[in-house]
Design a protein around this ligand. Structure first.
Ligand SMILES: Cc1cc2nc3c(=O)[nH]c(=O)nc-3n(C[C@H](O)[C@H](O)[C@H](O)COP(=O)(O)O)c2cc1C
Length: 173
């Protein structure tokens, strides 16, 4: 596994929050790595709809493709107090997951700066990132796309570090 300790950037300059939803743990793994490197706060979004098993999988795909919202559990962190909110979603049926679509819609006014990441089997993430930008009405400072395979094999840290480097460069400007 790649080391998380090698990063020596000056990442404590801004107040940063990582927000994510994860049905099966991959997006969570990436979110945790980002927040550990940045030493920043993290918020997991929980869906009140049961997404487990076959029926959960089908409802997830159906809700995503129809761009439906869901009801998410109460948040612990207020995104408006952060300089940057980094938001991560799995791709569901070529779309933003319903919990993250809901979070973005509810809090789009609260974000000062945003950056996005996603995990997927191999779909092109461009459309998902464009949709996220459209909801937030803000261009993301940086983007990170990872495949489930990269996450499963712990081969994602290099891309995470590049993402953080891009973010730092944008925040300096
Ligand atoms: C309902 C559903 C639909 C999915 N649709 C896609 C898809 O369209 N394209 C893709 O590349 N991956 C798709 N995936 C795979 C997930 O995006 C991928 O496994 C992701 O890493 C899961 O993240 P998680 O473990 O954080 O939930 C889908 C997964 C689910 C559950």
């Amino acid at each position: 596994m790649e080391s998380k300790k090698k990063w020596k950037g000056s990442y404590k300059m801004e107040k940063i929050l990582v927000v994510f939803y994860s049905r099966s743990g991959r997006t969570k793994k990436v979110a945790k790595a980002i927040s550990e490197i940045l030493k920043c706060d993290i918020e997991e979004i929980f869906d009140t709809k049961d997404r487990r098993g076959v029926s959960g999988f089908l409802s997830a795909g159906n809700d995503a493709v129809n761009r439906r919202f869901t009801t998410i559990k109460e948040l612990k962190k207020n995104p408006s107090i952060y300089d940057l909110v980094i938001i991560g979603t799995p791709i569901w049926a070529g779309n933003i997951s319903a919990p993250i679509r809901t979070y973005l819609s509810l809090h789009k006014e609260d974000f000062k700066n945003v950056a996005f990441f996603c995990t997927c089997l191999g779909s092109d993430a461009k459309k998902v990132f464009t949709d996220m930008e459209d909801i937030c009405q803000k261009p993301p400072l940086a983007l990170l796309e990872l495949t489930s395979r990269e996450v499963n094999r712990d081969q994602y840290l290099q891309k995470v570090k590049e993402f953080i480097k891009n973010l730092e460069e944008k925040l300096k400007k």
